[in-house]
Write a protein of this length. Structure first.
Length: 191
């Protein structure tokens, strides 16, 4: 899983360098859609993995965004954290609707503030057993960041967010999660 995640990150970086042909001023002239992958979430999985305790996590966070009006976009975000901890399989899954406001640009570019509203769950061994520490429920969050187009197509997006959700404090320090304050470094493609 680690090799696959490393290859994915390397492919995205190389693709950005290959297509870096147009100046950044034309970055979002006609681009109304974007998809992203969060690199810090990938690294979160690498850090949480430990071969000494049979712990492996493959954390991924994807997002889709569509410009619906000047300054405003809507989209969806998915967090998928499969893994094992002491030979027990874990799965954290989150799905959210997202909205953003870009005050400095009529396109999906530059500074933004946004909201999230979604559903998440934590399951152990394929079941959601509340007595075992698993949970399901809603979550809400706020995010602020800056979308910087490197080329006509590729961009990076550093941001910070705060997410309020149900948590499992028994596993909180052991498995990756997206609760509370979270930094993010997304790489993406506009189309």
């Amino acid at each position: 899983m680690k090799k696959l995640n490393c290859l994915l990150v390397l492919a995205l970086v190389c693709a950005g360098l290959v297509f870096a042909q147009k100046p950044a001023e034309t970055a979002s002239d006609t681009r109304n859609n974007a998809i992203t992958l969060d690199l810090l979430t990938l690294f979160k999985g690498f850090i949480a993995s430990d071969s000494n305790t049979d712990t492996v996590f493959g954390c991924m966070a994807f997002a889709y965004e569509r410009l619906i009006l000047p300054h405003f976009s809507v989209g969806a975000e998915v967090d998928l954290y499969p893994g094992t901890l002491n030979n027990k399989s874990f799965m954290f899954f989150g799905f959210a609707a997202a909205a953003r406001y870009y005050p400095l640009s009529t396109d999906m570019d530059k500074f933004f503030i946004g909201t999230l509203l979604g559903f998440n769950l934590l399951s152990t061994e394929g079941k959601i057993d509340v007595d075992n520490g698993d949970f399901t429920g809603m979550f809400a969050g706020l995010r602020s960041g800056y979308k910087l187009h490197l080329t006509d197509m590729f961009f990076i997006e550093p941001s910070i967010s705060y997410t309020y959700s149900k948590t499992n404090f028994e596993y909180m320090g052991l498995i990756p999660h997206n609760f509370g304050w979270q930094a993010s470094l997304r790489v993406g493609v506009s189309f």
